[in-house]
Write a protein that binds this ligand. Structure first.
Ligand code: AMP
Ligand code: ZN
Length: 494
């Protein structure tokens, strides 16, 4: 048994004291990991049942999640990005609970809005969509959003959509008209179950060609739109005619292609519950005869003080605009975490500034903790207790505002040692994704600021505390702060 001898040799080399301490540390690590091994139920608010329900996966230990992805005809705005931060938190909470998550998010790269813009700008479809798709994933990376495992583009799944439409035609749920193929909502008895619509209260008289519409307009919707001159060269040939897909069919086709006909969780913002998700259920369940999705999760909207963010009002805010105003993407992520995902988030630059201050104060506290790390081991029981509390909060429908409050309280808790705090914040950050321990990029400090810091040092050394304090204040006014460390003054931005 060569392995055993080798092991023995190494441990023999270590002095007894070191060996004991090593064993103790290993035991601590074991205890720590047990805390996450301990299964707790995750409660999620399900739009379908209008209740918070314990999450039960279809397959033990695994979760399939589908999220409606971006329509890539323009830059994403911070409202869109809030919804993708919510998706990310959901995935992280599931992973923290030990689930293996398979996440699929589509890219809508053909629809009414995209075609209109392609015509206006006289460019190829892909020229437009690839540009905004790249920009979307750059924003996501800056917000530390984990990339989905599969990112299917609609234009690359026309075959799957056509097959689904064929099934619906065959089963009598779809019918053909002069301008396209439509889904007959009166044939699907459960139509309206997600958005609580009663079909009999609707005048199901006409058809809707547009991809988006209001509840009052609930009517037969387009699965396939036959080719029209105004679509330019954007069309595909299928056995039921040349044309392009309606918007709703893409998500049914692509989610089932990658997650199966019945899967665990489907997400989107609240505006998608009707008609998009209602139509996805109708298409999928009519085609397969099976329940489509178990849990439907919808995120609240981000609003501005003046109301909706819209192009016509000229008030779209992008991540770039935040960066231009000296905010980091993670300040925005932090802000999103301070409001529950189902609540409306009223965005102002003032609350973003508060989020930035709070985020920076956590980072500074962490620096201080790291500078004063105790050398004795961590008490696993203390750590486990905090972890358990954290788990209970995040598993209660992803209560991030409470989890953030726990983080602040934990950092202030005088009963915890610095090494324990450090272990806990690294652990909590697996869920927050705020990169709390990431070293900041070195900043370029202007000479004027360096000079003030030098003068402050001289004043301190001469015991002129009042002068030193006023210089610290002067620095703050100019957007800098100084920490007095063992290695001397450290300058940072505020
Ligand atoms: P789109 O790129 O328009 O398809 O939208 C992408 C995602 O952002 C969808 O899930 C939308 O429901 C969501 N969304 C759009 N506007 C907002 C908003 N103001 N706040 C939160 N989510 C939004
Ligand atoms: Zn969708």
């Amino acid at each position: 048994m060569p392995k055993l001898t080798e092991k023995k040799k190494t441990s023999q080399k270590l002095p007894k004291e070191a060996r004991n301490s090593l064993n103790k540390r290993q035991e601590e690590i074991k205890q720590l990991s047990k805390a996450t091994e301990k299964k707790e139920l995750i409660y999620l608010y399900n739009t379908l049942t209008r209740k918070k329900q314990p999450f039960k996966p279809i397959q033990k230990g695994k979760v399939g999640v589908y999220s409606c992805g971006p329509t890539v005809y323009d830059y994403a705005h911070i409202g869109n990005l809030r919804t993708y931060i919510f998706n990310d938190i959901l995935k992280r909470v599931l992973a923290y609970n030990g689930y293996e998550v398979k996440h699929v998010m589509n890219i809508t790269d053909v629809d009414d809005k995209i075609i209109k813009k392609v015509q206006e700008e006289k460019i190829f479809l892909q020229e437009l969509t690839h540009k905004y798709e790249t920009s979307f994933f750059n924003d996501s990376a800056e917000l530390n959003i984990v990339t989905p495992d599969i990112k299917p583009r609609a234009t690359e799944h026309i075959h799957e959509m056509a097959e689904l439409i064929k099934k619906l035609l065959k089963k009598g749920y779809a019918y053909k008209t002069d301008d396209g193929i439509y889904y007959s909502i009166s044939k699907f008895k459960k139509y309206g179950k997600l958005s609580n619509l009663k079909l009999k209260n609707l005048k199901a008289t006409s058809r809707i060609e547009a991809d988006t519409y209001e509840k009052e307009q609930a009517n037969d919707f387009a699965l396939w739109k036959f080719f029209q001159e105004k679509d330019g060269n954007i069309s595909w040939n299928t056995e039921f005619g040349k044309g392009r897909p309606g918007w709703h069919i893409e998500c049914s086709a692509m989610s089932m292609r990658y997650l199966g006909e019945h899967f665990d969780i489907h997400t989107g913002a609240v505006d998608l519950a009707f008609p998009h998700h209602e139509n996805e259920i109708a298409q999928s369940e009519a085609a397969t005869g099976k329940k489509f999705v178990n849990y439907w999760l919808h995120a609240g909207f981000l609003k501005l003080a003046e109301g909706k963010m819209s192009k016509s009002l000229g008030n779209i805010i992008t991540l770039q605009i935040l960066k231009d105003k000296n905010f980091e993407p993670l300040h925005y992520r932090y802000l999103c975490l301070t409001t529950h995902y189902r609540d409306e988030l009223a965005f102002t630059f003032e609350n973003l500034q508060n989020a930035k201050n709070s985020y920076n104060s956590i980072k500074n506290k962490i620096k201080e903790i790291k500078r004063n790390m105790d050398i004795t081991g961590i008490r696993s029981q203390e750590v486990q207790k905090s972890k358990q509390e954290f788990l209970r909060v995040i598993n209660n429908d992803l209560d991030m505002p409470k989890a953030i409050a726990l983080l602040h309280a934990m950092l202030k808790n005088e009963n915890l040692k610095n090494s324990e705090k450090y272990a806990l914040l690294l652990d909590f950050d697996k869920v927050f994704g705020l990169q709390l321990d990431k070293e900041e990029k070195p900043i370029t400090v202007p000479d004027e600021i360096k000079k003030i810091v030098e003068d402050r040092e001289k004043s301190r050394k001469a015991g002129m505390w009042q002068v030193a304090d006023s210089l610290r204040e002067k620095l703050r006014e100019k957007g800098y702060a100084v920490d007095d460390t063992e290695k001397g003054p450290e300058i940072r931005k505020v």
